[in-house]
Ligand binder design. Sequence first.
Ligand code: MG
Length: 449
Amino acid sequence: MFGTNGVRGIINKELTVELALNLGRATGTVLDTGLIAMARDSRMGGEMFTQAVISGLTSTGCSVVNLGPAPTPTLQYMIPRLGCVGGVMITASHNPPHFNGIKVIGSNGIETTREIESEIEAVYNSRKFKTADWDKIGRVTHYDSAIDDYLEGIKSLVDINKIRERNLRVVIDGANSVGSIGTPRLLRELGCSVVSLNCQLDGSFPGRNPEPIPENLRDLAAAVTATGADLGIAHDGDADRAAFVDEKGNVLWGDKSFALLASRILARKKGSTLVTPVSSGRLIEDVAKKAGAKIDWTEVGSVVVSHRIEEIGAELGGEENGGVFYPAHQPVRDGAMTAAQIIEMIASEGKSLSQLVSELPTYFNTKVKVPVSQEKKEPILEALLNLTKDMDRITIDGVKIIRDDGWILIRPSGTEPLYRCFSEGKTQETSDHLNQEGVELIKRAEKLV
Ligand code: MG
């Protein structure tokens, strides 16, 4: 039922009000009776699913504080601050418009662990819901200042005066969703002049697809150059991520913005720790090394990164898709915090975004999918582990083979009958070559099972 980021499905087909109601009942049964915070993005059915989950939760005796439409990181920020035992977010993040989803968040603001998800799923399937006595049914309240509190939290962690001095012009693309509520206001309060694009909430996503990848950000790039802006910022559907466009209209890949912030944040304290999945590349390793920081590798997935940050008290986390976790604020991905930090960096270094990026080393990537039958996925991994046992490698999630001139990461897909082979090298040719080697290893492993 739960995928890597909550329950997702097509609205009114896979994700129905009955499912939302019973998931609310199951969640209320598993979490201790207490206060649960809720929020939603601008997707279709957001209010409908919110009300269904609220009905389920309150029937078990949990009370609900409804924050209304808000970014996922705003809900996560408020959960511990409102003394909640957990939270529920209605969102399907960057998925296409006909999807929605439900994710459960723990009392520390981080998405719940797999174990709690399994407990919720078990109660959901058994239908053994807790039912409160008539006089113990939960109450519903509203909290309208979540965005204010959240933005104050971000502002307290950046150098507002430095940013104000620069009078930056910024175009913000809110993806017609909840990133539009916080970020344009935040940037204005930081003294930037703001042009907003796709900033009216609309669950049909008329402006663009909610995934902030280069092909969806052409309008933003054009708006940046047309208005002579210093940068462009784009959020995904629930604004836990931010993607950036430089002043020349180039869309940055997520690993670049992550590396820029890492170079700055990790250098603040000697011996910092950076938590990042094995899919991250050499750019981030170079940056960490230069800052005297060490890397703690994890499995792929933002929830794993958050829990690891919390566990070891790391200074920073990040993903190559542009997700940045800044635990001084909160140990989860946060699009508005990331935006504020990139702006602070441009303002205090006195350089343009393209200049800052040009100072980073460049690497080249290759990504290939190799179809395999579903039942062979596990045995192939066993065979791969065997075939590579004498190589320099990391086996936290799939197999990552480390070479002097690059690396190869081979992982089974979590959902589809295929393997993914990623590689990276100092030239495209090296990367392609390494990738070929990875694909051949998958084929050899397949023959062995
Ligand atoms: Mg998201």
